[in-house]
Design a protein around this ligand. Structure first.
Ligand SMILES: *Cc1c(COP(=O)(O)O)cnc(C)c1O
Length: 386
């Protein structure tokens, strides 16, 4: 099969409006395949999906629809507002709000059938009181702390629940969950320690479905799966475990248009602070994507060095100089001149330069890059259900 160059691919797609300067392609088939893979890996445990922060920047509504078609029934978001958006596209979903219960906000949850992940006795009491007032046993999760020390009932509060089971009698406890701090590092001793703590604490509580694993936890093995797993990043093509091959399919590709091409003679510099010095005649293309679009400023090469590689068709092109708010500059000296022109497309993230490659280089994680993809990047959803 003929491999299309980036140009041919982009130009074949007439759905890109002429005013689009940068394009994010989101492959919903790959997303669904990634969910299926996790679902298969977790056997009888239910596979939910974490779609907080606008589904890690990829579009909550579209991601939710595609995963629902694939069979996903339970979703986790961070905020009430995300939960309400989700409810609009998915009337039947089970939706948990990881923020827990915001004070005084219970009716915002019940009105949209959202389940808080209650993370303190104060939240539990407030939810229980609300349920008593309305005389309905609304569902909620409780989130217990097993060592992350971020959200969740501390052991002392779990013990209060054990001593006073009536605290749980006015609502329906639909899930007991905890979160792993180091699941991206499989050999980290905290994984087993948190799992043991989860076993110990949940054994004292009334029986309820249990959930411990995020993406990293899923791939720690069946001991971590319990009744429900909560993957996020792997669904979107990021890796679960640091420094391991990534078996997930690429979901996100980012390309930007060339705005200008020019020759820079030796001795001159490129970009802010003149960090990149030209040592031989160089053809430079300026492309329409910067840190306001989500191409992290930390991806600028260290002074004097080029940054990451992009691609024009099959040709690698290095990012040079600082990443600025709206623009990056690439060295296109090695690309046949007829392929670098005003309006040509440069792929800056995809199968060849992956999310993981870029974020390793920037000293951050895929979660940050994805969730900061700019609103002004034109989005194209590809694949079934798009
Ligand atoms: C974000 C989050 C997840 C998903 O984490 P990934 O590493 O993206 O799989 C699961 N559980 C909780 C509590 C989270 O905050």
């Amino acid at each position: 099969m003929a491999v299309l160059s980036t140009r041919e691919q982009m130009e074949a797609n007439e759905s890109i409006p002429v005013n689009a300067r940068a394009v994010l392609r989101i492959d919903l088939d790959a997303l669904r395949a990634n969910w299926r893979k996790v679902n298969e890996a977790t056997g009888r445990a239910e596979c939910a999906a974490v779609i907080k922060a606008d589904a890690y920047g990829l579009g909550l509504e579209q991601i939710c629809r595609a995963l629902t078609e694939e069979g996903c029934r339970t979703f986790f978001t961070a905020t009430i507002d995300e939960g309400r958006r989700l409810r609009e596209v998915n009337p039947g979903a089970i939706i948990y709000i990881l923020d827990g219960l915001l004070p005084g906000a219970a009716e915002y949850y019940s009105g949209f059938d959202l389940r808080p992940a209650l993370s303190s006795l104060a939240e539990i009491r407030e939810w229980a009181a609300y349920c008593r007032e309305r005389d309905t046993k609304l569902a909620a999760a409780i989130h217990i702390n097993t060592g992350m020390n971020r959200l969740g009932l501390p052991e002392s509060e779990v013990m209060e629940l054990v001593a006073h089971p009536e605290l749980l009698q006015d609502f329906r406890l639909s899930l007991v969950m905890s979160h792993l701090a180091c699941a991206d590092v499989p050999e980290h001793p905290m994984n087993a320690a948190q799992r043991a703590e989860f076993e110990r604490l949940t054994a004292m509580l009334p029986p309820a479905p249990r959930s411990l694993a995020n993406s990293g936890g899923v791939f720690l093995g069946p001991d971590y799966h319990y009744d429900l797993v909560r993957p996020g990043i792997v669904l979107y093509g990021g890796r679960a475990h640091e420094k391991r091959p990534n078996p997930m399919r690429t979901v996100v590709r980012l390309s930007a248009k060339v705005l200008q091409v020019f020759e820079v003679p030796p001795g001159q510099t490129v970009g802010y602070n003149a960090t990149y010095v030209i040592d031989k005649p160089t053809r430079v293309a300026t492309i329409a994507c910067g840190y306001a679009d989500g191409f992290l400023r930390a991806l600028s090469g260290p002074t004097g060095n080029p940054g990451p590689v992009g691609y024009i068709g099959p040709h690698p092109v290095r990012v040079i100089g600082r990443v600025s708010m709206d623009l990056i500059t690439v060295d296109v000296s090695e690309v046949p001149p007829d392929q670098v022109y005003r309006g040509a497309w440069v792929e800056v993230m995809g199968d060849r330069v992956t999310l993981d490659d870029l974020t390793d280089r920037a000293g951050t994680i895929g979660y940050e890059l994805l969730s900061r993809l700019g609103r002004r990047v034109h989005r194209i959803y590809e694949g079934a259900g798009s």
